[in-house]
Write a protein that binds this ligand. Structure first.
Ligand SMILES: Nc1ncnc2c1ncn2[C@@H]1O[C@H](COP(=O)(O)OP(=O)(O)OP(=O)(O)O)[C@@H](O)[C@H]1O
Ligand SMILES: [Mg+2]
Length: 464
């Protein structure tokens, strides 16, 4: 992408010289300004560099520099100064200028400064993006929920972030167990170390042992090299034992020992390996019942189960269905580059009434499929998979405020409905509600105003 360089100087001859040169040499786009006001008004076009004269009519160079830094701290600014102004130029470094050059400008000296300033800025933005992405992907803001039952879950999750207590997450398939486990890791004190997942059900039992503990070379046929196991890899971090209910007895005993002693041997090895690992497990089975049936060791059960967290199935948190449908519609609109505006009244009713045995994962897949299939700008009944249409209530009376209008239900109205719900849950806290719904605060305020939603409709009013 071509870069954009702003040149601010009241002497046209200098701007001309610089612009010819920057444009010819690197094919950068140029913005030329004879005063700072006009340039400041164009900052939202995101220049990559500003070449700024110190002596300017109106707002002077130093003040302009300060304002640029308020807009974007990292945006590089190179000051250009007349001979008499060198002291001011030096001072500008204190206010965050990248560099300064006295006039007449020596182009050969300015050239490397320009290149480096822009490169530096690119790098900084890239880093910031990366950081934001990781933070965003695993932050709680990415777990969408407005239902009371899930707020309970979040309360428990908050209690285990900064300790090493062993957590088991219970929940049906697709309820978000792994998502919660990741959120615990990436928001807790081990976040800078690894989060390692092992699925105890999908790996054949002979392999699972060496996956978990590693093996030494030659310890069995086919073991050509030493292998480092997940317990060792997760040292300092978190090991997520997914589907822990499927572990066979022999491995249960070995895992119990690692939890107790914090050490183990690789398969076929004698060296004691020390590893400090936090264990989070997940299962869709009733572990207590498995203990009673003698399928799961009681001692391991008590070790793992120090802190159980139960995630309710989607059908028991109806409050989340609409919120999630809207969220996935937004998500896949972006991913698939579609512009679907919302759901038809009947389609949304079917989505709401369906029991979602595959929970959020099923919802995610269903909405994605709808978006792919839909040929209109609204998801209608024809776009839904057949099993949603045979749900009991199909054709029954459509009720509820959301369903009371004959038209399609645009995404905006869904959002408004979700906001109402979230405000109820957060007792009228708009900032919290916006966060839960992953909507911008400004959007929430706008929709509240447009749809006449009051923050203080709940028991605890917001100062009104
Ligand atoms: N509250 C939520 N908000 C947004 N996305 C969610 C939420 N809960 C789950 N998801 C998404 O649903 C999908 C399933 O979640 P996840 O894999 O965590 O479930 P699981 O309980 O581990 O399922 P399984 O038992 O099938 O392994 C994922 O893509 C996840 O990102
Ligand atoms: Mg899972």
């Amino acid at each position: 992408m071509s870069k954009l360089v702003y040149i601010v100087d009241d002497e046209p001859s200098i701007s001309k010289l610089l612009s010819y040169w920057v444009r010819d040499k690197w094919k950068y786009n140029i913005g030329i300004f004879t005063n700072a006001e006009n340039m400041l008004a164009q900052l939202q076009d995101k220049p990559d560099l500003v070449l700024l004269d110190i002596m300017l009519p109106g707002i002077d160079g130093i003040e302009t520099l300060k304002r640029i830094k308020q807009f974007d701290e990292n945006l590089p600014v190179i000051m250009l100064s007349a001979q008499g102004n060198i002291e001011v130029a030096v001072e500008s470094l204190k206010f965050g200028a990248y560099d300064y050059f006295p006039k007449p400008i020596e182009v050969q000296r300015l050239e490397p400064a320009i290149i480096n300033a822009i490169k530096n800025y690119d790098l900084m933005r890239e880093l910031e993006n990366l950081r934001e992405n990781v933070k965003h992907e695993y932050s709680f803001d990415n777990i969408i929920s407005a239902d009371n039952k899930m707020q309970e879950v979040f309360k428990y999750v908050n209690k285990v972030l900064n300790n090493d207590i062993t957590v088991v997450i219970y929940g049906e398939s697709g309820t978000g167990k792994e998502l919660i486990a990741r959120a615990i890791h990436y928001n807790g004190k081990r976040k800078d170390k690894q989060f390692i997942v092992i699925n105890c059900a999908s790996i054949p039992r002979e392999l699972l042992e060496s996956e978990l503990f590693g093996h030494e070379r030659g310890s069995f046929t086919g073991a050509h090299q030493r292998k480092i196991g997940k317990f060792e890899l997760a040292n300092g971090g978190t090991l997520f034992l997914d589907e822990v209910g499927e572990l066979e007895m022999m491995l249960q005993a070995k895992i119990l020992r690692v939890i107790q002693e914090k050490e183990f041997e690789r398969v076929g090895g004698t060296e004691l390996i020390k590893s400090d690992v936090r264990i989070i497990s997940a299962t869709n089975r009733d572990l207590k019942a498995a203990v009673e049936n003698k399928e799961f060791r009681e001692d391991l059960y008590y070790r793992l189960n120090s802190f159980p967290i139960y995630i309710p199935p989607l059908r028991h948190r109806k409050g989340d269905i609409i919120v999630l449908a809207q969220y996935f519609l937004d998500t896949f609109n972006k991913k698939l580059d579609k512009k679907i505006k919302g759901f038809s009244k009947r389609a949304l009713k079917l989505i709401y009434d369906y029991s979602w045995p595959g929970n959020i994962r099923e919802m995610e897949n269903t909405i994605e499929r709808c978006l792919i299939l839909s040929e209109n700008d609204v998801i209608d009944v024809v776009d839904l998979p057949p099993h949603l249409k045979t749900s009991e209530s199909y054709g029954s009376e459509i009720t509820g405020s959301l369903f009371s209008d004959d038209n399609i239900i645009p995404i905006e109205k869904l959002k408004a409905e979700a906001i109402k719900h979230a405000l109820k849950v957060t007792k009228g806290n708009i900032v919290e509600a916006a966060k839960k719904l992953q909507l911008g605060r400004a959007t929430v305020y706008r929709l509240m105003e447009k749809h006449n939603i009051e923050a203080s409709t709940t028991e605890k009013s917001n100062g009104k």
